[in-house]
Design a protein around this ligand. Structure first.
Ligand code: PMP
Length: 369
């Protein structure tokens, strides 16, 4: 039995030889590698979650609300309140993390014989979920400074006529925000090429210097804005992602969602969290200030730092980024090697965690000189 390996199983050809996605989950004192919010949930919210979950537990003999109506209503209110653009329940869909939202979008609009494009380096799961859904992946270009090269991107869309276009703003792992004009132009290019869907991944938008591009949804029925409670809300363990789009898009993803995909416990927890958005989001300003401090201090140390609108910072350059990653780890700080040549990414943590990281890179800089 035990000598049977993956390759002995009839796995799909495109999965052969691949490795699963995953940042190392190492037990080190300072973990700044997965763009989580470093602050635990406040006690008053833990109490409210407990109450809501206890109530939900009484009904666990029944399936949960398949359409998550109350949750979608509250998410729509959150979007309306924070962006000033009216969003209704009919515009919102929720799933287990925005990864599942993206998977449902690709199951609906991608799939065998279809393609999606993203502008890399970007969030690698876009390409990986394409692989999982049998969607062809096209790697589009970026400029040297990691902004999207609009002319090249428009050409790539015209040439490949992808069914789905991913735009990540702020982009992961670079932190780069995409200007509204670029999104508008890429949407137009996508419509001219093929009436394609455009997915705007706004996982980190609450940390941006600029505003959400949710307002672009008006008059753009093939635009989808994807969001998550994993980052700014500090609830990565909850697994709650959501999208805002034209109601027809919400109807379309119902065709692929598994029945009762969002458990009653998840819905109860997310609803409790949404009662406390003020408390949850209070760390956002602090994390933005820490992000700006990381940028400034890394630059002062002589590192090349990419402009960031997210809760993380990309820095370099290193001849061997992986060797540098290891040296920082040896000093008790886990950062991320996303495979971008010569660069590493550090998540903004608590002031103490960031100090530990800065001390580590300061020491390493001294060693090099
Ligand atoms: N989009 C981007 C750009 C991300 O960086 C991440 C998480 N790292 C996600 C989506 C997925 O987040 P989640 O599934 O936790 O909502």
């Amino acid at each position: 039995m035990s000598d049977i390996r993956i390759d002995d199983l009839p796995v799909r050809d495109e999965l052969r030889g691949q490795t699963p996605y995953g940042a190392p989950q190492l037990d080190v004192p300072v973990r700044l590698n997965t763009n989580e919010n470093p602050y635990p949930l406040p006690e008053e919210l833990v109490d409210r979650i407990t109450e809501r979950v206890r109530e939900a537990a009484r009904h666990l003999n029944r399936y949960p609300d398949r359409d998550a109506v109350e949750l979608r209503t509250r998410l729509a209110e959150y979007l309306t309140d924070t962006t000033g653009h009216r969003v209704g329940r009919e515009n919102v869909w929720a799933a287990n993390g925005s990864n599942e939202v993206i998977q449902q979008l690709l199951q609906t609009f991608g799939g065998p014989g279809r393609t999606a494009i993203g502008f890399e380096p970007s969030y690698s799961m876009h390409g990986l979920i394409c692989r999982g859904t049998g969607t062809g992946w096209i790697s589009g270009p970026r400029n040297e400074d990691f902004t999207i090269d609009l002319a090249a991107a428009e050409r790539a869309i015209a040439e490949h006529r992808p069914d789905v276009v991913f735009i990540t703003t702020p982009n992961n792992p670079t932190g780069t925000a995409v200007p509204p004009g670029t999104v508008r132009a890429l949407y137009d290019a996508a419509q001219a090429a093929k009436d394609s869907m455009v997915v705007l991944d706004e996982a980190y938008i609450e940390f941006s210097h600029g505003e959400s591009l949710l307002g672009l949804l008006a008059g753009r029925p093939r635009l989808v804005v994807s969001r998550t409670m994993s980052k700014a809300f500090g609830a990565a363990g909850l697994r709650l992602g959501y999208l805002a789009a034209h109601p027809a898009v919400v109807d379309a993803v119902q065709l692929v969602r598994l029945p009762y995909h969002l458990s009653a416990v998840t819905q109860a927890t997310a609803l409790a969290a949404l009662e406390h958005t003020g408390t949850l989001l209070k760390y956002v300003e602090q994390l933005k200030a820490e992000r700006d401090r990381l940028v400034a201090e890394l630059r002062a140390l002589g590192y090349e730092v990419t402009e960031s609108d997210a809760n993380f910072v990309q820095f370099g350059r290193f001849e061997d980024a992986h060797a540098m990653w290891r040296k920082i780890l040896d000093r008790g700080v886990l950062v991320r090697d996303n495979g971008v040549p010569g660069r590493l990414r550090v998540t903004a943590g608590t002031p103490q965690e960031n100090d530990a990281f800065l001390d580590a890179v300061r020491e390493l800089k001294k060693e090099q000189t």
